[in-house]
Design a protein around this ligand. Structure first.
Ligand code: NAP
Length: 318
């Protein structure tokens, strides 16, 4: 039986499925692996099932050629923590878990759009603090979401799932910016630059993968192009947004609010952001639902099973 390392505690269904195919070791800690632990794992296991935070960098893969590990089956669609080229150079396959995460993450984007627009976090904080004096016609007036314009940066699986929700659920106009030309099955328009998108959107939503190509693509210029009434939503990766520039824009009220699920240096979230009332901050909840985490885990295990059975794994990352 092949030996597999699962780098975090997983839902019971995932562990049970993995154990039907493999000799499984699962770490009990929820902390990311350290570089030495990753090198050790490459030497000791046939396959590794890692996740966000396990930084499989080029240095980690440096001496991995000929190592026991043949596959790194990531738990999650985002794999910017794995140097895929370095893995390939060492002859190690990489897979991820797309699809399983799409709807849950799009739901969190909608939640952040609604919470940010309707000042839900601020209202809840006020009520819990005993500061609510009762309903009145001008209390906590937010922004109406229905019928507004959403601008989606990265029209992939999640971007399109957000677009469908915005169109069908909220009658919104859908605009998007994407690396390549993209045909979409709902009324929508592709825009030629992020700045152009930012200037038209009431809600600018980041849904691109993280990594070198997209680092800080939402920076000072994009934020400056946004309307003062607009909200920025980030469910993608923290490094996609220039956090310092965002803080400046919020502080100077150049944009109305932000809804964030991801941060530049997770789990560190700048104190200035935590103190702002017009910011909704979630602790990376995109896929945090039991069924979704089970589906992700089962998909990662299926990638491992197929790989070791000599089949093509369903979700190779190239
Ligand atoms: P996907 O289907 O691969 O979509 C990514 C889209 O981004 C593609 O349409 C791609 O364009 C576009 N893109 C890539 N680089 C770009 C660039 N430089 N400029 C403009 N567009 C670019 O991925 P997905 O399944 O939708 O997931 C997207 C990301 O969401 C993941 O990579 C992950 O980091 C993040 N995520 C976050 C959470 C969370 O918990 N908050 C959960 C799941 C996923 P092309 O058509 O040209 O390829």
């Amino acid at each position: 039986m092949k030996r597999i390392l699962i780098t975090r505690p997983m839902p019971a269904r995932v562990v049970a499925e993995a154990e039907t195919h493999f000799d499984v070791e699962m770490r009990e800690e929820n902390t990311p692996l350290k570089p030495g632990q990753m090198r050790g794992a490459l030497a000791l296991y046939d396959g590794i099932l890692p996740t966000l935070g396990d930084m499989f960098s080029a240095e980690v893969f440096e001496d991995a050629e000929g190592s026991r590990c043949r596959i790194v089956a990531n738990f999650g669609v985002g794999y910017n923590h794995i140097d895929v080229a370095a893995a390939r150079a060492a002859g190690i396959a990489v897979t991820n878990t797309p699809g399983a995460v799409t709807d849950a993450t799009a739901d969190i984007a909608m939640m952040l759009i609604l919470m940010s627009a309707r000042r839900a976090g601020e209202g809840e904080r006020m009520l819990r603090a005993g500061r609510w004096t009762g309903w009145n016609p001008t209390q906590m007036l937010g922004t109406h979401v229905t019928g507004k314009t959403v601008g989606i940066v990265g029209m992939g699986r999640i971007g399109q799932a957000i677009a469908r929700r915005c169109h069908h659920g909220f009658g919104m106009e859908v605009l998007y910016y994407n690396r390549s030309a993209k045909a979409v099955d709902i009324p929508s328009r592709q825009v030629e630059s992020i700045e152009a998108l930012a200037s038209e959107a009431d809600f600018l939503v980041a849904a691109v993968p993280g990594g070198a190509e997209t680092r800080k693509i939402i920076g000072p210029e994009v934020l400056a192009a946004m309307k003062p009434t607009a909200h920025l939503i980030n469910i993608a990766r923290g490094d996609v947004v220039d956090e310092a520039a965002l803080i400046d824009a919020l502080r100077e009220r150049r944009i109305s609010g932000a809804g964030l699920d991801v941060y530049e240096r997770e789990p560190e979230v700048p104190e200035v952001l935590r103190k702002m009332e017009n910011v909704t901050l979630l602790p990376h909840l995109g896929t945090a639902a039991l069924e979704v985490r089970e589906a992700m885990g089962l998909l990662a295990v299926e990638n491992l099973r197929a790989f070791f059975a000599g089949e093509d794994p369903p979700n190779p990352v190239n």
